[in-house]
Design a binder for this molecule. Structure first.
Ligand SMILES: C[S@@+](CC[C@H](N)C(=O)[O-])C[C@H]1O[C@@H](n2cnc3c(N)ncnc32)[C@H](O)[C@@H]1O
Length: 378
């Protein structure tokens, strides 16, 4: 797609955080795809790449998926995931990305490498250590999350963690959390792990550019962590499993694109996935009118001003097909960009659905999930 004249620019794309892979897995509950975006076989999706998982999931259904990120490293990671699916078998895919032990990740990478662009090849060739470790571990956020998992395992003790993950009933899980987990140690850890010092070390201050100034992020993050650990069934929470064990329970309890049952289908459908490196603020102006049915925006509006948000929503309405669905998250410390704040009658919020998805989300870290629909004449 050619660059186009656009009145908008991202305010954070040049931040230090984006000088490397920020996210090697997507940490937004993938249920949002089926339950809020409801993709159909004949439809086109526009999806923020991030770790690539949700763009790959959309490719399992949609006719066309346009995946977009301003950080080229996220593009190269998604290219590698796509190449791995296309060139390897399912066991080898799990080995290459770091979910199963492997003594020959470099050889597996060599096979996938054939399908990479020049830029992606150069990037991964220069990072043999990240390939050897398994690329799902390379994201800055992923390192932070898995580091938390290691610290907690050490302090709560491995046996306690194993016991917790074996629980299948929610009331038992809540009792376990109240009696065994939520002690002084956890409260102390919460203050440290979710304190500004740690967050600023692992993330970039631009993450908090539009953060509510009246509030330290710690208590809100702690409350989200408590909700996830206590009230969301741990047995089906593959996100938490990955955080603590660095892999998934089995070949089905994992993001959709990694499931064994989806593997052959995904291989056949990857030609539908187009990967672009660009700011949404620029890219969306180049899309034809009435061409997109599904918008997965991750939580990118945490990093835009109200003015930019309104400008982007105007474009969303232009490029949306009638009845298009959209979704975005808000980070726990950020101010939600209200869909209604733009004053466009075409944007209809599905508040109840957004609240349910947020309340039941298997990942902590967000203060809301916004789901909407675009009403315009056919
Ligand atoms: C918003 S971040 C959040 C990640 C998410 N919470 C997760 O864990 O998966 C996801 C991606 O959005 C990209 N991004 C942020 N703002 C963007 C923009 N305006 N245009 C294109 N990509 C953007 C970042 O580079 C990043 O890879």
């Amino acid at each position: 797609m050619n660059p186009v004249e656009s009145p908008l620019r991202s305010q954070v794309s040049r931040a230090d955080f984006f000088a490397r892979v920020g996210y090697s897995t997507v940490w937004e509950d993938e249920r949002v795809i089926d339950e809020a975006l409801e993709p159909r076989a004949s439809e086109t999706a526009l999806s923020i790449t991030s770790g690539g998982d949700l763009s790959l999931q959309l490719a399992l259904t949609c006719e066309r998926v346009v995946s977009l990120d301003f950080n080229p490293r996220q593009t190269w990671l998604l290219e590698l995931k796509r190449a791995a699916v296309l060139t390897l078998d399912h066991d080898q895919l799990w080995e290459l990305v770091g979910l199963a032990p492997s003594a020959h990740r470099r050889q597996l990478y060599e096979r996938a490498r054939e399908l990479l662009s020049e830029d992606a090849r150069r990037y991964w060739d220069e990072r043999p250590g990240e390939v050897d470790a398994g690329v799902l571990r390379c994201g800055k956020q992923d390192r932070y999350l898995q580091w938390i998992g290691r610290v907690l395992t050490l302090l709560q003790r491995p046996g306690t963690i194993r016991e917790y993950f074996a629980i299948r009933q929610i009331d038992e899980q809540q009792r376990f959390f109240d009696d065994r987990w939520n002690g002084r140690l956890w409260r102390f850890l919460g203050a440290v792990l979710f304190g500004r010092t740690f967050l600023d070390f692992f993330f970039h201050k631009d993450h908090f550019r539009y953060a509510r100034q009246d509030q330290h992020p710690g208590p809100a993050m702690r409350a989200q962590a408590d909700r996830t650990l206590r009230d969301v069934p741990v047995w089906s929470n593959f996100y938490l499993h990955w955080l603590f064990f660095g892999t998934y329970r089995d070949r089905e309890s994992c993001p959709a694109w990694l499931r064994e049952s989806q593997f052959d289908r995904l291989k056949l459908r990857l030609a539908r996935l187009e990967i672009h490196t660009a700011e949404l603020e620029q890219f969306i102006f180049g899309l034809p009118a009435s061409s997109v049915d599904v918008f997965n925006f991750s939580n990118i509006f945490d990093w835009v001003s109200q003015e930019t948000f309104t400008g982007l929503m105007r474009e969303v309405i232009r490029v949306a097909r009638p009845g298009a669905r959209l979704c975005y998250w808000t980070n726990v410390v950020n101010t939600r960009r209200e869909l209604g704040s733009c004053g466009f009658p075409e944007l209809e919020e599905r508040a109840g659905l957004g609240q349910t998805l947020h309340r039941e989300s298997r990942t902590p870290g967000y203060s809301s999930c916004t789901v909407g629909r675009v009403r315009k004449p056919a």
